[in-house]
Design a protein around this ligand. Structure first.
Ligand SMILES: [Zn+2]
Length: 199
C-alpha cells in the first residue's frame, strides 16, 4: 500500500467525524464529544437523524477513492454538495466552529475572522514575491494566515508545488467534478486555489 499523503489524511479525518456523527443516536451526547465545534456537530447529527444526509456518505466514498488515486499533498475542498448539505456555507455557525471542523489551524482561523481576510490579499502577494519557480496551492476556500504558515502545510491545506504536480491536481479536480456533479456555482471544477510565483 502506498504511503498516504497529508492531503489524504486530512480528508480521512473529516470523513471519520461525519461517519461518527451518522452513527450517533443520542443528540445530547454530541456537544461533549465534539467540543471544538459543538453546535455545528449537533446540527449535523440532527440532520442525520432526520435522514436528510442519506446520500452524503456514498458520495464521500467515491470522493475518497478518487483522491487516494492521486494521493495529493494538499487536500481538495470537500465535495461542495456535502459541504452545502451539512451547513459549511451556512451563516448559522461561527467561523471558528466551521474552521475547526475543517481542520484549519487556529492562527489561520483567527486571521480569517478577526482581520477579515476572505481571500488571498496584498499581504499574501507580498510574501509570494519571496518564492520563485513554484506554485502556491491551497485547498479552495482555505485562507492561510501566511503562505509560510507551517501548520497549514503540515495539515495538508497548503504547499509550494512544482507545475507538473499542479497539473496532476488539475486532473484530480476534473475527475472529481465529473464523478460528483453539484450545483454550487463558485465551486464548479474548483477544488484548489493556485497562484504561480515568478520564474
Ligand atoms: Zn496559520
Amino acid at each position: 500500500m502506498q504511503h498516504e499523503s497529508v492531503g489524504v489524511k486530512s480528508i480521512l479525518r473529516i470523513i471519520e467525524i461525519l461517519r461518527e456523527l451518522s452513527k450517533m443516536d443520542d443528540l445530547s451526547l454530541v456537544k461533549s464529544k465534539f467540543p471544538a465545534f459543538p453546535s455545528f456537530a449537533e446540527n449535523i447529527c440532527q440532520l442525520f437523524l432526520e435522514d436528510r444526509l442519506f446520500d452524503i456518505m456514498p458520495r464521500l466514498e467515491i470522493y475518497l477513492k478518487i483522491i487516494r488515486k492521486y494521493n495529493p499533498q494538499v487536500r481538495p475542498a470537500i465535495d461542495p454538495y456535502v459541504s452545502t448539505q451539512i451547513g459549511v456555507f451556512s451563516k448559522n455557525f461561527s467561523d471558528w466552529e466551521i474552521g475547526r471542523f475543517l481542520g484549519y489551524p487556529n492562527c489561520c482561523i483567527k486571521s480569517f475572522t478577526e482581520e477579515v481576510r476572505y481571500g488571498l490579499d496584498e499581504r499574501h502577494f507580498e510574501e509570494l514575491k519571496k518564492v520563485k519557480k513554484k506554485v502556491f496551492v491551497t485547498t479552495a476556500g482555505f485562507v492561510p494566515c501566511s503562505i509560510f504558515c507551517k501548520e497549514s502545510h503540515s495539515k495538508g491545506l497548503a504547499s509550494f508545488l512544482n507545475k507538473k504536480i499542479v497539473h496532476r491536481l488539475n486532473l484530480l479536480e476534473k475527475e472529481l467534478s465529473i464523478a460528483l456533479p453539484h450545483l454550487h456555482p463558485e465551486y464548479q471544477g474548483h477544488y484548489y486555489d493556485c497562484v504561480e510565483t515568478s520564474e
